[in-house]
Write a protein that binds this ligand. Sequence first.
Ligand SMILES: [Zn+2]
Length: 277
Amino acid sequence: MNRKWQYTTLSAAVLLLAGCGQTHQAASSVTTPGASASAAHSAISTTAAPHWSYDHEHGPAHWAELETGFSTCRTGQQQSPIDIEDAQLVPSATVHPVKIHYGTTPVNVINNGHTIQVNVQNTDNYITIEGQKYTLVQFHFHHPSEHQIDGKNAAMELHLVHKSADGQSAVLGVLIQPGSDNSAFRQLWEHLPDQASEEAVPLTEPIELSHLLPADHHAVHYTGSLTTPPCTEHVSWTVLQQPIQLSKEQIERFATIFPDNHRPVQSIGSRQLYTEQ
Ligand SMILES: [Zn+2]
């Protein structure tokens, strides 16, 4: 049976223009989980060259034209994000829930010009998808959400980016809706960098990463891509069906830095969207 999406969607009125975001490109430069922190950081510092953004001129519709290495953003057949329609979900007895092993972890934070990215500073956090282990490298945010549910964006979306030992990417997506103040994000939110920088700033206290997630880990599973240039494919996507909440004030705080850093939904094509039975 399909589990119902447990959140209310946002009206299209909140879809504003402008903004910027880079994360996945930096993440894709990290080839081994063990190299996470320093490699992710140096990747950010060196990938400023091709100018892409979320505005019109250098925005998602033009990413493929900005650099030959970005061509997959246009020619790819398995791009993300997508509109997840409830009627299209395929419950499968062979699909198992993602197993999430997160703990208390030191992090640093950077505004890379495209999003707020949080780099985890150890390799202790991992997820297991169908027996394959993926280690958490970084997480970041989009406003509004990138994935849609039945055609509607959520207020925000959290992406937790993982890498397997052989370099495969897996992203855990968590939709965010307005609601209660979320204490798990409080320290991070007090240190959101307003300005883009090449310097990541460490948070004083470690973050309990498991507290960032909803209690229910049932999800939609599909094969997609990075949602930022170079739009690399063969990314294993796990979009949790239970959202988390941030207060209106917490969402607005992020929105002042990034009014819009989401890529529009891409064609699903012949892909299947699986859920656990
Ligand atoms: Zn993302």
